[in-house]
Design a protein around this ligand. Structure first.
Ligand SMILES: *Cc1c(COP(=O)(O)O)cnc(C)c1O
Length: 471
């Protein structure tokens, strides 16, 4: 394919994209494919001779699209929506076209410097104090892993990378019992071991880990000769939106001199609205904070921001400079790959720059406020339905509920079945979680192009299922 043909097909792609997104409500939200449908439709081996793009494009429409779950669908109420607002899609096309590798300052100075500026734009927009710097990573999982590695190295006085963990005191990391699986994996990959992730029980409306129990666990561990290394708190846990008490936990972290990481992968975006910042009051006490603009802020996946109070600590953990990466004779520059696990870096700040300018911060705040407001309305209506029990009330735009039928004890099976029916119908898409060991259904609003009418569809759909239970 040459660059003249690229123009023709590039135009085709943007027209296709605009039509797709404008008419996306016509698709079932979750793909209705059966396992193997796509795999079996693709030939066993690649073509020897070039094929016309026209044929490839046709196959894309006919073979691939049916196997797509439409994450940009306005009635995607599952997981956490991962938005791709049009301005960010455009920026991503530009970044992909340039095709730069932005690992060092000199491998694209604009990418490094725009990233530094955008981090500061976000810091100010979210009300974080002056002094927090940061980087853009691919996902929250990577950011959390870097934070856990930093906890490990800091607590071992930067000797773990050299000598490994064997023959040392057991390192301990503390988190709520509702932590995201990315934290378990960070504990595995850092060599600390899952048994050393201490899960603190939650309490209260916001389901915060209990600070008293946290303090006791740390004291107990010290008595037992273990080495406390860090605390991971969450603002907006994935399961039911739980928010740890950052203020009190931050005090414990600073008293115990423990590195303190906050996972706000989803809820962080809401902090551009000052009225929601009470959910992470005390956030200035964190050493590291991660949030995903690729979730609620509208930036195309992947885009995860990690704020760092003292970036040098993370740099001391991860920086390595073999001869071929040294940048001789340039002072005052930052090589952002010193702060991440991967050497290679995509040009991710470009889409945030396009997005924040094209929507304006007030536009982005309006989107988030609407989602929270509409979720509250839906919750109030669903709460009143018969055969439905609210299991956790809304935190921002997330609540959980389940269908109940009097006289039957195994509601889990009932909820699994109804959820499958709802998703097979494809009008809306919901996913499950566990609350107090019960199988429950999550509802979360967060796609950029949804409006209140989409919530009416969700209500009708849930209401119809609840009425059929009595029949
Ligand atoms: C989504 C999410 C994650 C994982 O994010 P990735 O970017 O996919 O790694 C971690 N923690 C919370 C609270 C999340 O909502």
């Amino acid at each position: 394919m040459d660059w003249d043909e690229y123009i023709k097909w590039g135009e085709e792609v943007v027209h296709w994209g605009s039509n797709y997104r404008k008419n996306i409500r016509n698709f079932p939200v979750r793909s209705q494919n059966k396992p193997g449908d796509t795999y079996n439709s693709i030939p066993a081996s690649p073509p020897e001779k070039p094929e016309p793009i026209e044929n490839i494009f046709d196959d894309f429409n006919n073979l691939i699209m049916p196997g797509i779950t439409h994450w940009q669908h306005p009635r995607f109420f599952a997981y956490f929506p991962s938005n791709a607002a049009p301005a960010s899609v455009l920026a991503e096309m530009l970044a992909n076209t340039i095709g730069s590798q932005c690992m060092l300052w000199q491998t694209s100075p604009a990418a490094t410097e725009l990233e530094e500026k955008i981090i500061d734009w976000l810091r100010v927009s979210m009300g974080l104090p002056n002094g927090f710097k940061g980087i853009i990573q691919d996902t929250a999982s990577s950011a959390t892993l870097t934070a856990v590695l930093t906890m490990r190295e800091k607590s071992l006085n930067w000797t773990g990378n050299k000598t490994g963990l064997s023959g040392r005191s057991r390192l301990r990391i503390y988190a709520s019992e509702e932590v995201h699986s990315s934290i378990d994996r960070a504990i595995w990959f850092s060599g600390i071991g899952e048994e050393n992730l201490v899960r603190i029980p939650v309490y209260g409306e916001l389901r915060s880990m209990d600070p008293e129990k946290l303090k006791n666990a740390i004291d107990q561990d010290k008595k037992n000769g273990f080495l406390p290394a860090g605390i991971i708190a969450a603002t907006g846990g994935t399961s039911s939106g739980s928010c740890d008490n950052i203020n009190l936990i931050g005090d414990i972290a600073s008293k115990e001199k423990l590195y303190f990481h906050v996972d706000a992968a989803w809820a962080g975006s809401a902090m551009i609205c000052s009225e929601f910042r009470k959910l992470w009051a005390g956030i200035e006490k964190a050493d590291s904070i991660v949030f995903n603009p690729h979730k609620w802020l509208g930036a195309q996946f992947d885009c995860s921001v990690q704020f760092l109070k003292d970036p040098v600590i993370q740099k001391n953990t991860l920086s390595i400079s073999p001869e071929y990466l040294k940048t001789k004779g340039i002072e005052g520059i930052t090589n952002l790959s010193d702060y991440t696990i991967q050497l290679g870096r995509r040009f991710r700040s470009l889409k945030l720059w396009f997005l924040m300018r094209a929507e304006g911060m007030s536009g982005l705040r309006t989107v988030i406020r609407n989602h929270v407001k509409w979720t509250e309305k839906l919750y109030l209506k669903i709460k009143d339905l018969e055969n439905i029990e609210i299991t956790t009330p809304p935190i921002l735009s997330l609540f959980t509920f389940r269908f109940v039928k009097s006289g039957i004890s195994d509601n889990d099976e009932l909820n699994e079945r109804i959820l499958r029916e709802i998703n097979d119908e494809g009008k809306i898409y919901l996913t499950p979680t566990k609350v107090n060991n019960n199988y429950v259904i999550r509802f979360t609003a967060g796609t950029f192009e949804m409006d209140e009418k989409d919530l009416h569809v969700a209500y009708d759909c849930i209401k119809e299922k609840s009425e059929r239970i009595s029949l």
